[in-house]
Design a protein around this ligand. Structure first.
Ligand SMILES: Cc1cc2nc3c(=O)[nH]c(=O)nc-3n(C[C@H](O)[C@H](O)[C@H](O)COP(=O)(O)OP(=O)(O)OC[C@H]3O[C@@H](n4cnc5c(N)ncnc54)[C@H](O)[C@@H]3O)c2cc1C
Length: 494
């Protein structure tokens, strides 16, 4: 048995169903468990502020879990290749194991590291911990990547039972002793400076608990029925198909940040579904499994079209006449949740306060930014990147390009979400708006999604004067929609 190995943790911060970890433990006598903090290597998509907050908690939880099993996490800073080379030389490690990531910067870095370490005589092994199917495994009949979700998912899910047979690996029963190491690149978690200096994170701490145990508890609670004390915001899979579009109540799994940081993997979720319903194709789970399919599709697109993080997949949109007048002021009002459109403002405030936003509302605020305000989707994607705890390059890129109408399988550009109609349909009593825009709490249901349409006396008895307690709308919804359609007409024949 080879003597010493390095297991390089990245966004796979768990012990359960971690193929690289399981292989390292099975094949080597001593395994050093390493996390390298090298945000510049992910540039320009180094984790934003909310994701850094999550990462801090996740690394702390992982170290705790490892110590309970007699090992520990070694945290290092510096250039990843240099750190790996230095630590392997110091410990005599001849092997490095990791799980794959799919964003362009990391892929390029990992390919370089693999070559360089192999040239130094080390063995490098990478595994799949993040996805049900590798992005390169699924291609159309003509050998090209998919651009349409339904065709992609038909193919990807054609063998769902086969995927279920690919059962998740249990966490290794015991962890091998790590080799002694004393290196100047080693740092304490707090020294990474991941937590904010000005404490704006109370809302995040109240809503979330990063780490594998919390991820598993949330997944079990969501899929497995009602436990005694469900984590905040946890819904139940049984009601997912009906409740997933209603932002005023917990209707979705809230697993996105746990999935992004690899605290739980999709194979484990399928296994829990199979355990609960007897099959992962059970009708009760279908809508949820389809969303996991969107996650797979997002990674497929990012892998095959890496330029789309900043450039529209549909090249016509490179010429789109985005608004320039007052752009900075309008963007700031959108970011702060001061647009005067209650559903948009509620979403943007939920995001700022909790680091998360309901999917239905993500679509509404993104449509409002790109169509009613006619500001570039990249500006919205950047703000989400900095403020979401689940900021994920694959899902964020797909979501923004889809809404802007310039991505794969995009919503047709002319489909402009009307935030008033969306509110009336999906938040009919205004529960969601009242929670996040308390200044509107007493506005009657009929006007809660369009206070500007309410007679002054009604607003007055609800304690609201527009322009004083709550903003006038930044733009007229009907007129800005027509302007957006005209702008689209100007590029669509190009
Ligand atoms: C403009 C925009 C930006 C988005 N940015 C992100 C992002 O940065 N990170 C992110 O994880 N999701 C993003 N999404 C997708 C979606 O909004 C979130 O995944 C979802 O709201 C997370 O909540 P949940 O875990 O309760 O989801 P559930 O409804 O419980 O879904 C389960 C899981 O499926 C995956 N999923 C669900 N919907 C999608 C989707 N449309 N695309 C890709 N994966 C999906 C997520 O991993 C999610 O955790 C974005 C959507 C839009 C419209």
């Amino acid at each position: 048995m080879p003597d010493t190995a390095i297991l390089w943790f990245r966004r796979d911060l768990r012990l359960d169903d971690n193929p690289a970890l399981s292989r390292a433990m099975a094949e080597c006598e001593r395994v050093l468990l390493l996390y390298i903090h090298a945000p510049a290597e992910e540039s320009p998509w180094a984790p934003g502020a909310a994701a850094r907050w999550w990462l801090h908690g996740s690394l702390r939880a992982l170290d705790h879990d490892l110590r309970e099993r007699g090992s520990r996490l070694l945290i290092a800073t510096g250039e990843s290749l240099a750190v790996l080379a230095r630590i392997s030389a110091q410990t005599g490690a001849a092997r490095v194991y990791w799980n794959r990531l799919y964003d362009p910067a990391t892929r390029a870095r990992d390919a370089h590291i693999k070559l360089a370490l192999r040239a130094q005589g080390l063995r490098c092994e990478s595994h799949n911990a993040a996805l049900l199917r590798e992005p390169w495994d699924l291609l159309t009949g003509t050998g090209s990547p998919y651009k349409v979700y339904s065709a992609f998912w038909r193919k990807a899910s054609s063998d769902l039972s086969g995927l279920a047979a690919n059962a998740p690996l249990p966490a290794p029963a015991g962890l091998k002793r790590p080799p002694a190491v004393d290196t100047p690149v080693q740092v304490e978690l707090d020294a990474l400076g991941l937590l904010p200096r000005i404490p704006w994170d109370q809302g995040l701490a109240a809503r979330w608990q990063p780490g594998e145990s919390a991820a598993l508890a949330r997944a079990r609670c969501f899929i497995g029925g009602a436990p005694d004390a469900p984590p905040p915001g946890t819904a139940a899979l049984d009601g997912y198909a009906q409740g997933r579009d209603l932002p005023g109540q917990p209707g979705t799994s809230s697993l996105s940040p746990h999935l992004h940081f690899g605290e739980i993997g999709p194979r484990r979720l399928l296994a829990l579904i199979e355990q609960r319903y007897g099959s992962i194709t059970a009708p009760a789970a279908e809508a949820f499994v389809r969303e996991l399919g969107w996650r797979e599709f997002a990674h497929h697109l990012l892998y095959h079209f890496p330029h789309t993080t900043t450039t529209p997949l549909d090249p016509r949109f490179a010429r789109f006449p985005w608004r320039t007048a007052d752009a900075a002021a309008l963007l700031a009002a959108w970011q702060r949740g001061h647009t005067g459109v209650p559903l948009v403002d509620a979403g943007m405030r939920e995001l700022w306060h909790t680091g998360w936003m309901h999917n239905r509302v993500r679509m509404v605020v993104a449509s409002y930014l790109t169509k009613n305000l006619r500001l570039p989707w990249q500006a919205g994607a950047d703000w989400f990147w900095d403020t979401l705890v689940d900021a994920d390059l694959a899902a964020n890129t797909l979501g923004w390009q889809w809404i802007a109408g310039c991505g794969a399988d995009a919503a047709p550009y002319f489909r402009v979400f009307n935030p008033v109609r969306q509110g009336e349909r999906f938040d009919p009593r205004g529960d969601y708006v009242r929670r996040w825009c308390p200044e509107l709490a007493r506005v009657p249901d009929r006007f809660i999604h369009q206070p500007w349409a309410a007679p002054t006396a009604i607003l007055g008895s609800a304690g609201v004067v527009l322009g004083r307690d709550y903003p006038h709308p930044l733009v007229d919804l009907a007129r800005s929609r027509l302007e957006a359609l005209a702008a689209f007409d100007s590029i669509k024949t190009a």
